[in-house]
Design a protein around this ligand. Structure first.
Ligand code: ATP
Ligand code: MG
Length: 201
């Protein structure tokens, strides 16, 4: 038994060759092209910023992009200041539910935002639509879940959609093509650090 550097190098090369065969076959088998529904959920930080990173990627390809931010009401974020120059950007929330403390007000804001989202989901000119924090509206019952799923199901075939928010409901993740769950390992807020421009807003 030997694990001298030349042996290690040969082993590595053989392992990578096997890996390449498997990966190349998987790439060759993936031939579909269609609009995708992505869901980014979980308790960790990085859901909305993952969606905004994808917005930057799509804009780099010249794709028409729409963003609807539910729940949040602030319009001084870095993402809106920068990406809002190139994407159609709507901040439709009235603030967090624990701030508004009014179900009627939350529902009215949800419906205003959904009207904009539904318009985008019916228009094939939009190649990417981001529905930021939509999961909360589904979980609180502020929007009709069947109507939302129906609009997603009947959207233009090449349109990509990203939904973010904690606790994505199962009927949404079942319907989605790609689902990522971000785990909360630690967050600076719990160590007393306030929201930092460029990182948190
Ligand atoms: P981001 O917008 O930074 O990608 P997010 O979309 O994953 O975060 P949200 O639940 O939408 O998370 O919350 C947005 C704000 O709350 C951000 O300022 C973020 O840093 C903060 N935040 C996110 N996750 C946590 C957490 N686990 N604990 C404390 N604060 C958090
Ligand atoms: Mg978010």
């Amino acid at each position: 038994m030997s694990n001298s550097p030349p042996d290690q190098n040969r082993c590595h090369a053989a392992r990578m060759a096997r890996k390449k065969t498997v990966i190349d076959a998987a790439i060759a088998a993936a031939t579909d092209e269609r609009g995708l529904l992505l869901v980014v959920t979980g308790n960790g930080k990085g859901k909305s910023t993952a969606a905004f990173g994808t917005v930057a990627r799509a804009l780099g390809h010249g794709m028409k992009t729409g963003v609807v931010q539910f729940i949040k009401s602030r319009t001084d974020t870095g993402e809106e200041a920068f990406l809002g120059r190139y994407a159609e950007w709507h901040v439709t929330g009235d603030g967090f539910t624990w701030d508004t403390q009014s179900r009627e007000q939350d529902i009215a804001a949800a419906e205003r935002g959904w009207a904009i989202a539904a318009r985008m989901l019916a228009d094939s000119a939009y190649q990417l639509v981001v529905l930021d924090e939509l999961t909360y509206l589904l979980n609180y019952g502020y929007l009709d879940r069947d109507a939302v799923l129906d609009a997603l199901a009947h959207r233009p075939p090449m349109q990509h959609v990203i939904v973010t928010g904690r606790a994505a409901p199962q009927d949404l993740t079942d319907f989605a093509d790609t689902v990522s769950e971000i785990a909360d390992v630690k967050h600076a807020f719990r160590a007393g650090v306030k929201a930092q421009p460029g990182i948190d807003l």
